[in-house]
Design a protein around this ligand. Structure first.
Ligand code: UDP
Ligand code: MG
Length: 224
């Protein structure tokens, strides 16, 4: 945008600043195909670095089952079909969860004086979400991108499906989730790649091995 347009937009308050300042609140997005190992790696990172782990999928499932929610049916359909819930819903759920965590007054490294650190897992899956979150909620510092083959992801998801009780861990939904991932989420990863904000990690090996790379990438980012 030309500088003059920027200035006019600011003067007219056409642009609001994000809810959280990225100098105080660190956000790492965690992406990768379904079953790539995002949730598992987040679990380890929480223990070592004191992150608050927010899984967009878990927040949506909780909202789906919340009594009185106007979005229950919409969310259920999207999850089963492997499509993306309209971004307003997910972005708001994330923003509220972040505000709650910051209000809670957590202790530990990275959490004093209005500071906090978050792993936003399984989000943003679509460009509109990415732009909205960076502009309205908090500018993300890094994308941890877990990549492996569809074969590995499929076998992990089918294994998880035996006990997860998730409506989308079945062959039919998984196929649709893979398509959405390739068509809709890969462009998001490419967007952050162009900004130099992606740490790509091969998540084919066993989880503890993958974690060595996760830990190194996070240490590097938190030091900046
Ligand atoms: N989902 C969505 N928007 C998001 C994140 C998730 O609509 O920002 C929906 C989408 O239908 C997705 C499902 O929630 O397929 C499950 O997401 P989750 O991250 O739990 O799946 P995972 O990748 O961990 O298997
Ligand atoms: Mg997950």
């Amino acid at each position: 945008m030309p500088a003059i347009v920027d200035k006019i937009a600011d003067a007219l308050h056409l642009r609001k600043s994000p809810a959280f300042d990225h100098n105080k609140v660190t956000v790492l997005f965690v992406l990768g195909g379904p079953g790539a190992g995002k949730g598992t790696q987040c679990g380890y990172l929480v223990k070592d670095f004191g992150f608050c782990h927010l899984s967009a999928g878990d927040l949506l499932r909780a909202e789906q089952h919340r009594e009185g929610s106007q979005f229950g049916e919409l969310i259920q359909n999207c999850i089963r079909e492997g499509t993306i819930v309209p971004m307003e819903v997910t972005v708001k759920l994330l923003e509220n969860a972040m505000a709650d965590a910051l209000k809670e007054g957590r202790s530990g490294e990275g959490w004093a004086d209005g500071r906090g650190r978050f792993l936003v897992d399984g989000f943003p899956r679509k460009m509109d979400q990415a732009i909205k979150f960076d502009e309205d909620v908090c500018l993300a510092s890094l994308v941890l991108f877990y990549s492996t083959t569809e074969e590995v992801m499929l076998s992990r998801l089918l294994e998880r499906g035996k006990t997860s009780g998730r409506e989308d861990d079945n062959a039919e939904s998984i196929k649709k989730r893979f398509t959405t991932y390739k068509e809709t989420t890969m462009p998001v990863i490419e967007h952050y790649e162009a900004l130099g904000k992606v740490a790509e990690i091969d998540s084919s090996p066993p989880a503890d091995e993958v974690y060595k790379a996760s830990k190194a990438a996070v240490e590097k980012t938190l030091k900046k």
